[in-house]
Design a protein around this ligand. Structure first.
Ligand code: NAP
Length: 260
């Protein structure tokens, strides 16, 4: 296919989740020919297809599967698209005592939250040109170590650090990388109850708001996107305060959910 007739596409992981659905809706407003939406829940993917029609192509895949990279590379080679947006949004984490994680759970957490996006990104980069946007959904958990959601937070710290370094490396190619660091978002990611206690999530925001903000920040070429004034203040404070103190404050609220 000739350069000037290449399809402009956006690739979105975690499209079946709460934030992914809102990002998909925002991407549909962009001048893009097609959106490749990835998830594991085939029923949810079919619903997306029904709701949004031809412009959305759905792919049911586990991003941690060892064959996924080959599968994606094959699809990209076949279509030879111009990837204008790559949104690495899929992610998962659990509130649980660090010592209670099995080796398999630790591996799964790292494979999804650390390994999958860089692997996908390296598959996609040959199909991106100047003006391309990579959006990596990290978390405010990346700002400091977080007891009781330790592996997830450590993975997100890796993902944020990786994203910011990649942003610098890709400057000569004029491809931007935005590390998105939201606080609590009202999606199914959040458990309602732990230890028989209803969990409180301070400064909870709607996924629609995060989705709008991250796309706006990516278009501005920002290397970080932090939604809400509350989270911006938290970001500033955790940079200023000793990490031990920040963890003590967090643990004083979180311990009741996880310790008897
Ligand atoms: N909600 C929050 O408070 C919050 C705060 C900060 C950052 N985040 C981040 O925001 C992103 C979106 O989360 P969300 O709140 O929308 O949660 P969500 O509703 O649970 O969505 C998670 C998405 O990730 C996908 N996913 C999980 N494991 C996967 C795997 N192995 N292979 C492929 N896809 C997989 C899920 O697909 P299936 O459902 O199809 O399996 C789903 O689409 C995540 O990266 C999360 O870490 C969330």
């Amino acid at each position: 296919m000739e350069e000037n007739v290449k399809k402009k596409i956006a690739l979105l992981t975690g499209a079946t989740g709460g934030l992914g659905y809102c990002i998909l809706k925002e991407l549909l407003k962009e001048p893009i020919d097609e959106i490749w939406a990835f998830g594991r829940n085939s029923a949810r993917l079919e619903k997306l297809k029904e709701q949004f029609g031809e412009k959305v192509s759905v792919f049911c895949a586990d991003l941690t599967d060892k064959d996924f990279c080959g599968f994606l590379s094959g699809k990209l080679k076949e279509s030879n698209p111009d990837i204008v947006y790559l949104v690495n949004n899929a992610g998962a984490g659990r509130f649980k005592k660090t010592a209670d994680f099995t080796a398999e759970e630790i591996g799964d957490t790292i494979d999804l939250n650390c390994k999958a996006a860089p692997v996908i990104t390296n598959c996609c980069l040959p199909y991106m040109k100047a003006g391309g946007r990579i959006i990596n959904v990290c978390s405010a958990a990346a700002f400091q170590p977080v007891p009781y959601i330790n592996f997830y937070a450590a993975c997100k710290a890796f993902f944020r650090s990786y994203s910011r370094a990649l942003s610098m490396e890709l400057k000569p190619r004029k491809i931007t990388v935005t590390a998105v660091c939201p606080g609590w978002i009202d999606t199914n990611f959040l458990v309602e109850e732990l230890n028989g206690i209803k969990v409180k999530y301070p400064a909870l925001v709607k996924p629609e708001r995060v989705a709008k903000k991250l796309l706006k920040d990516a278009k501005r070429g920002k290397d970080m996107s932090v939604c809400s004034l509350y989270m911006k203040m938290q970001h500033f404070l955790v940079k200023m305060l000793p990490q031990k103190l920040v963890m003590k404050i967090w643990i004083s609220g979180a311990r009741k959910y996880l310790e008897d």
